[in-house]
Design a protein around this ligand. Structure first.
Ligand SMILES: C[S@@+](CC[C@H](N)C(=O)[O-])C[C@H]1O[C@@H](n2cnc3c(N)ncnc32)[C@H](O)[C@@H]1O
Length: 274
């Protein structure tokens, strides 16, 4: 890695999240369908990846801007939008903890589904999301929950147990899945507790391949798991990591056939009225 490179950007550009995102499309569309998006609404999708939620929002006629720190995902999002002829959906590179030069009060709705939670400086992230939302607008976040027994929380827990300790001052992305932390961050951005709603919901990962092949996708394309394997390989523990993930995916798979994967994962939905 280039020593001057932002490690947060490097983590997501290293892999190819489109390989995982392809299994999340149905849940992304279902979530967007519940948000009351109407034609002409201005929507910002932060940490948008290749557009799992941005594209369905644009299909409903919203003017959508997707911002992501990873240039490969921004390119993939723009390609997907172009292929569908969605001229009202564009993607650009940016950091959720500093959205300058986006003007204040630009959007009716700011969505961030498992996106902004991965940005460092969570207090800055909350402040920026509030700043760019117009009064009367909404912020909707989807955040994985620490200690939750379902898929993604467990992948991240297992991956971090094989990874080197994070640098001093690192704030775990999973803290966005704790209501008290969310309240504290938005309070510091000027939003009182009563304007924040919490609910639990489910995303289902669907792959036409068996669980072990899906584990391989995480190993080769999902930044946090790639880093865990890189560290585990150095300690001779890659086999143990693979076995733990195989067991997790097998145990969580709800597909009737052994050749396909369907795994539900619980997340915290945060809705903030600005
Ligand atoms: C788990 S993926 C989710 C992507 C997308 N929201 C989806 O639902 O498919 C996390 C995304 O957050 C992006 N990300 C991480 N840190 C970021 C930051 N500081 N600013 C903007 N995007 C960031 C990553 O590049 C990646 O696309």
């Amino acid at each position: 890695m280039n020593p001057t490179m932002n490690p947060n950007k490097a983590l997501w550009e290293k892999g190819d999240f489109t390989r995982i995102a392809g299994t999340m499309r149905e849940s992304g569309e279902a979530l967007v369908a519940r948000l009351g998006i109407t034609a002409g609404m201005k929507v910002l999708d932060l940490g948008c990846g290749d557009g799992t939620t941005a594209l369905p929002a644009a299909r409903r006629g919203a003017e959508v801007l997707g911002i992501d720190i990873a240039s490969n995902l921004v390119d993939a999002g723009n390609r997907r939008a172009q292929a569908e002829g969605l001229s009202n959906c564009r993607f650009q590179e940016g950091d959720a903890s500093n959205l300058q030069p986006i003007p204040d009060r630009s959007f009716d709705l700011v969505i961030s589904i498992f996106g902004a939670m991965f940005a460092p400086k969570p207090f800055d992230v909350a402040k920026e999301m509030v700043r760019v939302t117009r009064p009367g607008g909404r912020i909707v976040m989807g955040n994985w929950i620490p200690g939750d027994p379902t898929l993604v929380a467990q992948i991240l827990k297992i991956s971090s147990s094989y990874s080197p300790p994070p640098p001093e001052g690192f704030v775990s992305p999973m803290t966005w899945g704790i209501e008290g932390n969310v309240v504290e961050r938005f309070a510091a951005a000027g939003v009182p507790r009563e304007k924040i709603l919490f609910g639990k919901d489910t995303y289902t990962f669907r792959s036409p391949r068996p669980p072990s092949a899906f584990v391989a996708d995480f190993r080769h394309y999902y930044g946090p798991t790639m880093n865990a394997f890189a560290a585990a390989e150095q300690n001779g523990k890659a086999g143990a990591l693979e076995a733990e993930l195989d067991a997790l995916f097998e145990q969580q798979n709800r597909s009737d056939t052994k050749t396909e994967t369907s795994i539900p994962a619980t997340f915290l939905q945060v809705t903030v009225a600005v």
